[in-house]
Design a protein around this ligand. Structure first.
Ligand SMILES: O=P(O)(O)OC[C@@H](O)[C@@H](O)c1c[nH]c2ccccc12
Length: 381
């Protein structure tokens, strides 16, 4: 039988930065309790961001007896050393293709349920909302902790503020879920990819799939779909009409995407019945309420990609007053927009995937925002 120490080492779990003493204490407590593993919850990891004295006061570990499968760092903050290693790996030369995760398997759910793909972007054309996302790696992990099924990264620095290196970081960070259930999330590369070398680059970065647009590629679509498959990437074909859906299907792609951001939810809903033999149809963007996700699910969409609302739930909007008491009040907290609010993120994903019926709505995201309050509060739970 492996010793506890071995177990910890074999899982490559290390004390987070500045927590060596607490870690040692936890180990001793584990030994005393004959626990095989323990869980460091996101709660504790959050304290790590807020300074050590507070951390020391609040530090606690939750014990899971004889449950090595659950050995998990809820929100594994990366140490400086780890980050620099990844930055090297995520650089131009580093090959992350071996870290690729199967995309279709991750997003395909039984009928009647919907999978969630979180869109990572720092900005959007035509939107005033900006998200600094200080650490793509931390965010990538927080998303998996919140049980999203896939992640997409918009690789277009000018339009979306994210680069290929960000995509690679999102891929590499998923490795901390290897051996866990659920395991690492696949990462879909989004952007307007038109060249063959785009596909090879994305493949080397460890992307699980690539978004290909019928409108952009036209007669070159079939070739790009084929090449993506050859490179081990799942081609996800973006359509905005019935004709485009047909073209996408005959290109041989199994995963189609409807541009619900462009069309709006109502128009996207109408397109669901033209999905043909596609294994999964993704609604790409424009989801603002839980109910949008539920309606898309009921119409036959298998997956929904959510960007702005999910990012807003995760980071808040810079300058927003988020607690009771108004701007000057005792409990006032002005959001800096650079800290991941894990609980809100989790509640958001849970709401999207809830087996709720649209009949008993409306239970929208906005209804939690206390729109009538004198000082606007943003709560997404
Ligand atoms: O932020 P939203 O509305 O939740 O959307 C996410 C994502 O899919 C979106 O970032 C997006 C950006 N460009 C697109 C083009 C087509 C479809 C979708 C998109």
């Amino acid at each position: 039988m492996r010793t506890r120490r071995n177990l910890i080492e074999s899982r490559k779990v290390r004390p987070p930065d500045g927590m060596a003493a607490q870690w040692a204490l936890a180990m001793m407590a584990m030994a005393a309790m004959s626990a095989d593993a323990f869980l460091l919850t996101p709660h504790h990891a959050n304290f790590a961001q807020h300074g050590r004295s507070q951390l020391r006061r609040h530090f606690a570990v939750s014990f899971l007896t004889r449950c090595p499968m659950n050995l998990a760092m809820g929100a594994n903050r990366w140490t400086g050393d780890q980050v620099s290693k990844v930055e090297v790996a995520a650089g131009e030369e580093g090959d992350a293709s071996k870290l690729r995760v199967k995309f279709l398997k991750a997003i395909k759910k039984p009928a009647g349920s919907i999978s969630i793909m979180a869109a990572i972007k720092r900005k959007s054309p035509g939107s005033a909302k900006k998200f600094s996302i200080p650490s793509i790696m931390d965010f990538s992990q927080a998303l998996t902790n919140a049980k999203v099924n896939a992640i997409s990264v918009w690789v277009d620095e000018e339009m979306y503020g994210c680069t290929l290196s960000d995509l690679k970081k999102a891929v590499v960070a998923q490795q901390s879920f290897k051996g866990n259930f659920p395991g690492p999330c696949p990462v879909l590369a989004c952007g307007s990819f038109t060249k063959e070398e785009d596909i090879t680059k994305l493949s080397a970065a460890g992307a699980a799939g690539v978004l290909l647009s019928v409108a952009n590629l036209q007669e070159r679509l079939n070739g790009m779909v084929e090449l993506s498959k050859k490179e081990g990437l799942e081609p996800v074909v973006l359509c905005s009409s019935q004709e485009e859906l047909q073209a996408a299907e005959s290109s041989g792609a199994s995963v189609l995407a409807v541009d619900s951001k462009l069309l709006g939810i109502e128009e996207a809903l109408k397109l669901a019945e033209h999905k043909g033999k596609a294994e999964v149809v993704i609604a790409m963007g424009g989801v603002q309420e839980f109910q949008d996700a539920w309606r898309l699910r009921d119409a036959g969409f298998g997956c929904v990609s959510v960007g702005e609302e999910l990012l807003t739930a995760s980071f808040g909007l810079e300058g927003e007053v988020r607690q009771m008491g108004g701007k000057e009040g005792l409990g006032a907290a002005v959001v800096r927009g650079d800290v991941i609010r894990e609980n809100d993120l989790k509640a958001f994903v849970r709401g999207m995937t809830a087996k709720a019926s649209t009949k008993f709505g409306p239970s929208s995201l906005n209804s939690f925002r206390e729109a009538g309050a004198k000082f606007k509060r943003h709560y997404t739970v």
